[in-house]
Design a binder for this molecule. Structure first.
Ligand SMILES: Cc1cc2nc3c(=O)[nH]c(=O)nc-3n(C[C@H](O)[C@H](O)[C@H](O)COP(=O)(O)O)c2cc1C
Length: 183
């Protein structure tokens, strides 16, 4: 069973990274092969809104641009489940997370249910500052998962103050998600 964990902060040693590592550990503990992908290391610019607003995302379920988006989309399509961990920026997901989510939900329209629909997911919003904006960030992930018809295993907020016990919750959620698929 393959699980992809998307890490969408530029920091390798911060809160987001530690939560992504916890998700990998949980999925692996249940016997999955989990892989962390750091999106800021990839070239995924925002959607160019082709033509009148729709491009081949609508007709073919893939993006017409040759950057790192399509290979990552294919990786998710091939996975059994996936996790998105984002830092909270201004009460929203990080820019790279938004760029990827925007392009992915468009492709889901053209894919007509192929690839991502009914696939188990976990969303994690990590607010390393004041802790404000975790709920609105998580709401954006919830809306996005609705757009791609995902099966939400869990949506988790984390702040600096809750990090210690929520890290364990993220690990447990990833483990439980994989175990539920095996049942
Ligand atoms: C542009 C920007 C906006 C931010 N907005 C918020 C916010 O709305 N709420 C909050 O608690 N923290 C906010 N932070 C702090 C980040 O959530 C925190 O720095 C982040 O979790 C730390 O990065 P890391 O997860 O890579 O360690 C912001 C940080 C940046 C860079």
């Amino acid at each position: 069973m393959r699980v992809i964990v998307l890490h969408t902060s530029p920091n390798d040693d911060g809160l987001t990274a530690s939560l992504a590592e916890a998700a990998v550990a949980g999925a692996n503990a249940a016997g999955a092969e989990a892989e962390m992908v750091k999106l800021t290391a990839l070239d995924i610019p925002s959607c160019r809104q082709c033509n009148n607003g729709w491009g081949m995302c609508r007709t073919e379920g893939r993006c017409g641009y040759s950057d790192d988006f399509n290979p990552l989309r294919e990786k998710l399509w091939a996975a059994d489940a996936w996790v998105l961990v984002t830092p909270v920026y201004f009460g929203e997901p990080s820019e790279i997370a938004k760029s990827f989510m925007d392009r992915l939900r468009r492709c889901n329209v053209g894919a007509k249910g192929e690839g991502l629909a009914e696939k188990p997911v976990i969303g994690v919003a990590a607010a390393g500052g004041s802790g404000r904006g975790t709920a609105t960030c998580l709401l954006a992930l919830d809306r996005f998962y609705g757009h791609i018809n995902a099966q939400v295993a869990d949506l988790i907020t984390v702040t600096r103050r809750s990090a210690e016990y929520k890290r364990e919750a993220v690990r447990a959620a990833a483990q439980a998600m994989v175990e539920a698929m095996q049942a």
